[in-house]
Design a protein around this ligand. Structure first.
Ligand code: GAR
Length: 202
């Protein structure tokens, strides 16, 4: 039976596109639904172009709406890929252990409410860190918290701007997220990737 993934997006959806591509050769996994809180999110267009149902929440704070939309499509896994609103606690509870988020930093560093896009990379540069990366983690009730499943690592270079850093981190996200979802599909539920450094697991 196919492992059915719902992807939630608020913006352009490049991670969604990478996931659609990454699952193309996986006979037992598919992006079955794309959800957004914004009707203008570019990710919705990418989904429709790929023939995937793309839906906009009437009220993204309504847990019943989430559960109805995901239930209707027999969703096994929810992936937050640039979804910038808090998921209702009842939905987190219903999908506990079956909901992932990707964040463009080495969590627990540089995460939390309001930390997305350029701000994350500005914070990394301001911290003087020599290294950053991306994190895929299980979702719990707080922004960017929950057990880490995999991380990519990116060197911070002299002269980096938030834009140059964002571009290099994003390129690693496009490999990291499909790898975690493929591993989840094969295992039947999300699992840590073997190369996740042990000191960063929670
Ligand atoms: C990605 O960089 C993702 O890690 C980030 O939003 C971007 C979405 O890009 N998510 C967060 O910052 C969550 N706190 P995309 O729409 O092109 O996939």
């Amino acid at each position: 039976m196919s492992y059915r993934v719902a992807v939630c997006v608020s913006g352009r959806g490049s991670n969604l596109a990478a996931l659609i591509e990454g699952l193309r050769d996986e006979p037992d996994a598919e992006v079955a639904l794309v959800l957004s809180n914004r009707a203008t999110a570019g990710g919705l267009e990418k989904a429709r172009a790929a023939g995937i149902p793309a839906e906009v929440f009437d009220d993204p704070a309504d847990p019943t709406e989430w559960i109805t939309r995901c239930g209707r499509r027999d969703v096994d896994l929810i992936v937050l890929a640039g979804y910038l609103k808090l998921v209702p606690a009842q939905v987190v509870s219903r999908y506990r252990g079956r909901m992932l988020n990707i964040h463009p930093a080495l969590l627990p560093l540089h995460g939390g409410q309001g930390m997305y896009g350029r701000r994350v990379h500005e914070a990394v540069l301001a911290s003087g860190a020599r290294e950053t990366g991306a994190t895929v983690h299980l979702v719990d009730e707080a922004y960017d918290r929950g057990a880490v499943l995999a991380q990519s690592r990116v060197a911070v270079l002299t002269g980096d701007t938030p834009e140059t850093l964002a571009a290099r981190v994003l390129a690693t996200e496009h490999a990291l997220l499909p790898a975690v979802v493929v591993a989840a599909a094969r295992a039947g539920s999300p699992v840590p990737l073997a190369e996740t450094p042990t000191e960063l697991e929670s």
